[in-house]
Design a protein around this ligand. Sequence first.
Ligand code: DGL
Length: 271
Amino acid sequence: MADRRPIGVFDSGVGGLTVLAALLARLPDECFVYLGDTARLPYGAKTPATVERYSLQCAALLRRYDVKAIAIACNTAASVAVPAVTQAHAPLPVLGVLEPGAAAAVAASASGRIAVLATEATIAGGAYERAIRALDPRATVTGLACPLFVALAEEGLTSGPIVDAVVRHYLEGLDPLIDTVVLGCTHFPVLAPALRAALGRRAIVDSAATTAAALAGLLSRHGALAEGGEPPAPRVRFLATDGVARFARVGRAFFGDALTDDRVELVDFAG
Ligand code: DGL
């Protein structure tokens, strides 16, 4: 039987909208509730214990909307919180973006020399390196923490001299033998054009499309696909824990003009 309940998606802010766009394209019959924890971003500068606690709170908030699955559209949260969220909400399917991002990197790399651009927390935890090497044990993984990319993306600043200077700051001196760069933070794909100029012929991959494919498979295994028929309108309910107008304004750079101010609801963990 078709399961018409929404899929919950969360990130610290607007970054996960890059994943949501891929989910909407890959799962046309599904509807979604997207939560941006804008009151507490960035997650990438927090300790693992704090990120796990925040992630559990985001998942619990999404459960209020009767979601049938949870996609953690934040690499920082996914790198530490998938086991805790899965355990807290079993048997609900829970998926993080990190393994799908690692799979995209391994598929794109011929040489096995891969750079991961991510937040400080994701790089410090080493989860990407472990996920990539689990898929390709001969891979060499270089992790680069690029926290200012999150600030640029949340500012809606995706091109121009400031962006170019920050890109140079992080990427100058990158090993020329690296053939693939994985954007291991869901905020980073909006900076892809600026990164492209600095990265030359290297492949640039992110976790959006592979996460969408993995979620489709997970829902199917749980018998939880909506399968056919019209999804309810609106297809996405947007929630933010602070600054709804700002979320909508910046989110448009990620998600397009459909993200109007009046579509974002302010929510509170206290309920
Ligand atoms: N979008 C989050 C990620 O994928 C990080 C942003 C933040 O630092 O809050 O890691």
